[in-house]
Design a protein around this ligand. Structure first.
Ligand code: FAD
Length: 299
């Protein structure tokens, strides 16, 4: 396992801004995340100091180069899950590696992917879950469905096998985008991957089955949502971070309720703009530097 001072998840304006501060302060800094599609896709008219409309891609590239110049190590690697260790450090698990850090900055933007299940909300807390490490235990021996098409869903399904052998993945009509390695491990564990779409949930006292668009029904007492890549809400569930809906709650210094975890940018849900993401990233970077220094003094 690799060790760094500060792990930043997200390579958008918030994550890159945080890294400029942390790396420049001499903290070993790893950013995980690929170039953001959203901020890269449009022209920006309202960013301070840029008179001409400039492409988002260019701003991100400049931020990347600046963070790299100060020593930040940027890897295009998706984070599948995070956990806190007994010593109070944090471990990020990606598709390729595990990295331990003394402080964690979440800068993952907002997830715009929804599973499109009509009555999902009616079963939240009654079988529908967003966190295997929180709720997998309650599904011991029971049939469960994971909805999702990528490596995140595959990883969640494999984690569930600690609790139950009865796991099925539904991609919600999307093409399977799991790596060969994950597909191999799913086959080894007898986890079917269906390309059907769960349209409705059913059950009188909590979830007991899911109904596919085709009319087919599957027994399921648990349904775990894992569409696209893991989002800040997924990490928040696992780490026990206070949230307001899908957004992470922080104080004015971008500290969450868990010491050592900071959040910045769209995932905090204030004013969803690049200027705000950059400012919050700077604050999160400063707070994370303070946290690492305090831990060094304490050890
Ligand atoms: P993002 O830019 O969304 O970056 C999130 C990062 O997290 C990405 O690198 C992503 O790959 C990474 N990530 C997510 N999950 C994972 C994971 N599991 N593992 C690893 N990495 C992960 N703002 C303006 O100021 N001006 C505008 O003109 C403007 N126009 C907009 C137009 C559109 C169509 C949209 C959708 C937004 C617009 N915005 C605009 C808003 C702006 O894009 C956001 O406020 C800004 O990008 C937020 O930055 P962020 O760093 O918080 O998140």
């Amino acid at each position: 396992m690799e060790h760094v001072d500060i792990l930043i998840i997200g390579q958008g304006p918030a994550g890159l801004s945080a890294a400029i501060y942390t790396a420049r302060a001499g903290m070993s800094t790893r950013i995980l995340g690929c170039a953001p599609k959203v901020a890269g896709d449009y022209d920006i008219d309202n960013y301070f100091g840029f008179m001409e409309s400039s492409p988002g891609k260019e701003l991100i590239e400049r931020g990347r180069q600046q963070a790299t110049k100060f020593g930040a190590d940027i890897r295009c690697d998706r984070v599948l899950g995070v956990r806190q260790t007994e010593s109070g450090a944090f471990v990020g698990k990606t598709e390729n590696q595990e990295i331990e850090a003394q402080a964690l900055i979440l800068a993952t933007g907002v997830s715009r992917i929804r599973p499109g299940i009509a009555n999902l909300g009616d079963y939240e807390g009654k079988g529908v879950s967003y966190c295997v490490s929180c709720d997998g235990f309650f599904m011991r021996g029971k049939p469960v469905v994971v909805v999702g098409e990528g490596n995140f869903a595959a990883n969640q399904a494999l984690e569930l096998t600690q609790y139950t052998p009865r796991v099925t993945i539904c991609t919600q009509g999307k093409d399977v985008s799991m790596s060969e390695e994950f597909l191999y491990r799913l086959r080894e564990n007898g986890i079917p991957v269906l390309e059907g779409k769960v349209s409705t949930l059913a059950g009188a006292n909590g979830l007991d089955r899911v109904i596919l668009e085709s009319g087919e029904e599957l027994d399921a007492q648990g349904l775990f949502v894992a569409m696209g890549q893991a989002s800040s809400s997924d990490f928040a569930h696992t780490l026990g971070l206070a949230r307001n809906g899908q957004f992470i709650e922080t104080d004015r210094e971008q500290r969450t309720n868990v010491p050592g975890v900071f959040a910045a940018g769209d995932c905090v849900g204030r004013f969803l703009q690049i200027s705000v993401a950059v400012g919050e990233g700077a604050l999160a970077g400063r707070a994370a530097i303070g946290h690492v220094k305090d831990r060094r003094l304490a050890s």
